[in-house]
Design a binder for this molecule. Sequence first.
Ligand SMILES: [Zn+2]
Length: 283
Amino acid sequence: MRIFDPHIHMTSRTTDDYEAMRAAGVLAVVEPAFWLGQPRTSPASFYDYFDALLGWEPFRAAQFGVAHHCALALNPKEANDPRCTEVLQELPRYLVKDSVVAVGEIGYDSMTPAEDHALAAQLQLAADHGLPALVHTPHRDKLTGLHRTVDVVRESALDPERVLLDHLNETTVKAAKDAGCWLGFSVYPDTKMDEQRMVAILAEYGPERVLVNSAADWGRSDPLKTVRTGEAMLRAGFCADDVDRVLWRNPVEFYGLGGRLDLGPVAAAGALHEGNSVLRGGE
Ligand SMILES: [Zn+2]
């Protein structure tokens, strides 16, 4: 099993996690910029964080054979703090960096006017930079949030086919699919979405444009939930090709839309030679 985790906050994770992920077949990740739990009080704090996602964290990932790319943005929650919104003006100088493969995570937290503004402005930035966008959908009042998100996407310059709507569940998947967006699911240890429900959604809606992530961060989360979902798919009768599509080819295709994804050595390591992977021992 070769795995690309399309949404994981490695900054919050240990080297044990990198070792376990690589041993289980996680060869590539995208780390979106988000809220650190402790609210930031100045734009400079964001710039140091962006630099860490562009420099230190890819270096750390490389020590474990994991390809690390990032998505950068002003996150929805902190878009509400007027001390932080200057970040929107500074983002263009970060979005041109090679390892930035998307704008994200953007979207709604509490659905405020400030969040409306940040979402629309950053969809425009994605369009201006030829990048796709990773859009977080709210955990509360999910369907209302999804509809409002889709409305803003439709009014934007960014094609829905370049938008990944994340944190979907049974109540929002149909509207997201009908909107023509990519479908992201975050699988957590005990809340929101688990691997059995994920398998049921895949059985109903199919694997096309579906991405599964662990969204692991500083909260209770499990960076191997992608692997567990792949195992649950196989137990439920999906074939290995479906698993590869959801856990590898779909994220490669989505983040490849910006033309910057470079999987170089790890793609070779994850390749199959006459049906065999060099990683078979780790599965
Ligand atoms: Zn996240």
